[in-house]
Design a binder for this molecule. Structure first.
Ligand code: SAM
Length: 451
């Protein structure tokens, strides 16, 4: 380690242990992934993350970039502590009715892919990211995950003020000073200062004040950081209770997991701290609240939804894409592109589209020109029909495909095929008698040298 670890700067944190903290920073970093329940694959692992159904520890860190299963969305690489979000979802979300969830600070998509795995098909998850380039990465990761009930937007938290009372669940995994990740990210140590912690706290307050109106009455807020500083954690809980009339909710956690329950000083709001010396994971903080005020808006209709629809074309297009998906869908046509939405989600399109910049809604299907021209999203969809032609690639071929190179052309393949590795779609290829065109989007391709 080149950067000096700051000492005695978190002593006000509950149950702080300076010696254990120092030792933890010199110990090996656990490697963990979370499996995609909709894309089963043969993956070796050392043990399970106790608080998350799909969480797995690996015995060593492989090259994820060179694993086709990673690109196919069979798993997401995520540090284990942040998977604790699953407990908040399971313990406080009513599974008996459809929900609308917002992940406000979502890129690169760790917690969004986790939430997506917990949703029912009729639930809707809107994953939002304010920074444009990061929103692009978020789209890539949600595309790999392959669900039809996840949408991505690229908005500032203040834009959500317009969606008053719309969401049943809001996750705010706030930008923070990042001290909980110092073991993994030495650069964050150099950027840390007490002044920066205060700036982060002010930004967290701004983000929450802007976005909270979009949470409906009785809706659930999950607030999380990867900071050790009480200013960004317990002090924020006091602020939330006092400024926003939220009720703190307590989680039932197995004592053997090593999570530390904390109480805020003024309002006794419950928080949950993951300390790297008490469990196999990085520093993480989480709290859960119920909103006591506000109203519930189940729809967000808006005048701008009065688009002219060519019913004949709509029917023809839906019929053309129907054989590609094995789940029922509603066809959305927008700017010459076709999308498959869960049929229950069409009612939300006009309202969300006229208030936010939606980068992706459901599954992008492709275009209907003379024939169907499929989009990448379709190849990685968990609903891709068995009828769609596939080419099964071995490991080396899959890596070549993922480098956006051509794969063998002499096996008699013809036309559009989904290139698969271990039954999971990687992308589209079009085979012709003497060549193969690789339609993997440039942004998804492996850039490193393989040989
Ligand atoms: N939830 C993500 C995950 O699990 O992969 C990690 C989110 S990270 C802790 C915080 C995110 O907030 C970053 O993507 C960052 O770009 C975004 N962010 C930064 N400033 C913001 C602001 N002023 N408002 C909203 N989000 C912001």
């Amino acid at each position: 380690m080149t950067t000096q670890l700051p000492h005695n700067v978190f002593s006000a944190a509950p149950d702080w242990d300076e010696a254990a903290y120092t030792a933890a920073h010199l110990s090996p970093i656990p490697v963990s992934i979370r499996l995609n329940p909709h894309k089963p694959a043969a993956i070796d692992y050392a043990s399970e993350v106790p608080w998350s159904t799909g969480g797995r520890y690996l015995s060593e860190r492989p090259s994820f970039t060179l694993d086709p299963l990673f690109h196919a969305g069979a798993y997401y690489v995520q540090e284990a502590s942040s998977m604790l979000i699953e407990q908040a979802f399971r313990q406080f979300i009513d599974a008996s009715k459809p929900i609308k969830a917002l992940d406000l600070c979502a890129a690169p998509g760790g917690k969004s892919t986790l939430l997506a795995s917990l949703l029912k098909p009729e639930d809707l998850l809107l994953s939002n990211e304010v920074i444009q380039t990061r929103a692009g990465i978020l789209v890539e990761n949600m595309t790999r995950w392959g669900q039809m009930n996840t949408w991505v937007s690229n908005n500032d938290p203040k834009d959500f003020k317009r969606l008053e009372g719309f969401f049943d669940l809001m996750l705010v995994d706030a930008p923070c000073s990042g001290s909980g990740l110092w073991r993994k990210d030495h650069k964050a140590i150099e950027e840390w200062s007490p002044a920066n912690v205060n700036l982060c706290k002010e930004r967290q307050q701004r983000i929450l004040s802007d976005a909270l109106p979009a949470l409906k009455k009785d809706g659930i807020l999950i607030y999380a950081t990867c900071s050790f500083s009480p200013e960004e954690n317990e002090q924020m809980l006091d602020w939330l209770v006092k400024e926003h009339n939220l009720s703190s909710l307590g989680l039932q956690l197995d004592g053997s997991w090593g999570v530390t329950e904390t109480l805020s000083e003024q309002c006794q709001a419950r928080g949950y701290r993951c300390y790297p010396w008490k469990l196999k994971g990085e520093g993480f903080f989480m709290a859960v609240f119920r909103k006591n005020e506000g109203f519930a808006a189940d729809q967000l209709w808006s005048g701008s939804s009065k688009m002219k629809v060519d019913e004949k074309l709509l029917k023809r297009t839906a019929a053309a894409f129907q054989p590609y998906l094995k789940a029922p869908f509603a066809l959305l046509q927008h700017q010459e592109m076709n999308y498959a939405l869960h049929p229950e989600h069409m009612q939300h399109w006009a309202g969300l589209k006229s208030n936010l910049y939606i980068k992706k809604a459901g599954t992008t299907l492709g275009q209907l020109l003379k024939d169907v021209v499929p989009e990448h999203d379709l190849a990685t969809s968990i609903y891709l029909s068995e009828e769609v032609p596939r080419v099964h690639l071995d490991f080396q071929e899959a890596l070549r495909f993922l480098k956006k190179e051509a794969v063998q052309t002499d096996k008699g393949y013809k036309g559009w095929q989904v290139a698969c590795y271990q039954q999971l779609g990687l992308g589209w290829g079009k085979w012709m008698p003497n060549r193969m065109n690789n339609y993997l989007p440039k942004s998804h391709r492996i850039r490193m040298d393989i040989d």
